[in-house]
Design a protein. Sequence first.
Length: 205
Amino acid sequence: MQNQNFFDDQDRSCHVGYFNFESPFWCTKTSGTIPPSLQEDDDAPLLFSEHVIPKQKEEFTSTFAGSHIFSPQKSTENYWVNDCLNMKRNRGNENLGVLPINMKKIKSRRKVRDPKFCFKTMSDVDVLDDGYKWRKYGQKVVKSTQHPRSYYRCTQDNCRVKKRVERLAEDPRMVITSYEGRHIHFPSHDEEDSEASSQVNNFFW
DNA sequence: CGGCTTTGACCAGCGC
DNA sequence: GCGCTGGTCAAAGCCG
């Protein structure tokens, strides 16, 4: 297995880098998975969910999938990341499937944006190899952290997927990677490892 | 020379 | 309306 990036989110080690989205799912407001307390608010963001795929050697692939019709406000970005992690900790079992999440209400009135998800990784390198080619188009020092935030765009023609990479202010060892949009193509990796290659293909979503 | 990164400028959203 | 902030643009420079 190549491209291994492990992180510890305080309850277990997770394997990230390859994302298995064999059956991508999207929780919507019409699915009935949103707590009643949130359904009353048209501006509440959509639920995101976790897909847990048990793997060999007691590893498992854990991914966050989400579809925010209304993206969180800029100032709630870390808050949203924390929600992802809280959701992991609240998991009761590791069955394959969609789990309801412990969700907080985040108000937002911003315009419709592409699906988005993010994860935290302990890594020395900022940019994780996810099989896609990215071109950096900007870097900014944001107020919440002294570390610069980098902006990348997929180099594939007509693919509008973007990702942001930044280090956690509280723990610079942690890298927060945020993806926005869906790839319209397969990864451009020249994989020698066929198993890994097939797993990469599952990230087509 | 083409593709990429760097970086300052610009713009839009948001809060006050 | 104004200032702050984050996101994007684009020119310049770097590198293979």
